[in-house]
Write a protein that binds this ligand. Sequence first.
Ligand SMILES: Nc1ncnc2c1ncn2[C@@H]1O[C@H](COP(=O)(O)OP(=O)(O)OP(=O)(O)O)[C@@H](O)[C@H]1O
Ligand SMILES: [Mg+2]
Length: 269
Amino acid sequence: MSRAAIQVEPTAQAPGAVAIRGVRKGFAGRSRKSAGRLALDGFDLDVRAGEFLCLLGPSGCGKSTLLNMLAGFSAADAGEISVDGEQVRGPGPERGVLFQTPMLFPWLTTLDNVLYGPKARGAERGAARAEAQELLRVVGLESSSESYPHELSGGMRHRAAFARVLVNRPRLLLMDEPFGALDAITRVAMQRFLLQLWERDRMTVVFVTHDVEEAVLLGDRICVMSGTPGRTRAVFDVDLPRPRELELTDTVEFAHLKRQVREALEGSH
Ligand SMILES: Nc1ncnc2c1ncn2[C@@H]1O[C@H](COP(=O)(O)OP(=O)(O)OP(=O)(O)O)[C@@H](O)[C@H]1O
Ligand SMILES: [Mg+2]
């Protein structure tokens, strides 16, 4: 990862505001015991335009289910999900999604993976290529642009997938434990990169994590969920100064909030 400043032009897109109202989502179980299990029921959440919201909650409380619906990969059984007042009906390039397992096409090089979105929407070739190369430089993959995904390490694949999402300049960035599988050093570098990028573009971010410290370091607000079905248990405002650096984690204020969030999370199990 490069520590150099990001040189990609800031996005002109206004950030996306999310409204989730009374959402219910169930899954038909295979066994009688799991039949008709509700992952979410009567779930409400607003995310302000340009806000960095972190979602924490026990395993199985419906975080990924919620993100999949926001991404438009699946539909709610009841309730409404809208971005900037428009109901989500399917996937769209203005909503970028990053999962724990990086999504890359194995038959495309790193650069062509990043260029996939711009090509699909017919973006001007030269400009898209320059931007993709710049993003690869920023995520430290400049010298791997012609490599295929199987030739990259796990952390490198993550960074490539990140560049692939960012090249579309999403208004809303949906991240499902994106750094969970990374080693500690790469993870810190990715967190710093994400914060830098968010400071510059102020796109809306919904970030799922199991790591309380990560949530406090990154978020404007933290929503702690409990399940099942998934509900909001507590919401915390992270009133800590920005821009945030790792040193913030050593402060008393940080430790205090981290403890409050951890206690809410422990109570949600
Ligand atoms: N495709 C599916 N088919 C059946 N059940 C599902 C499906 N997807 C999710 N579920 C169920 O919905 C509930 C919520 O799952 P979800 O993956 O959203 O949890 P999560 O909060 O993301 O958990 P984790 O922290 O472990 O990732 C669980 O009970 C899960 O078994
Ligand atoms: Mg999940």
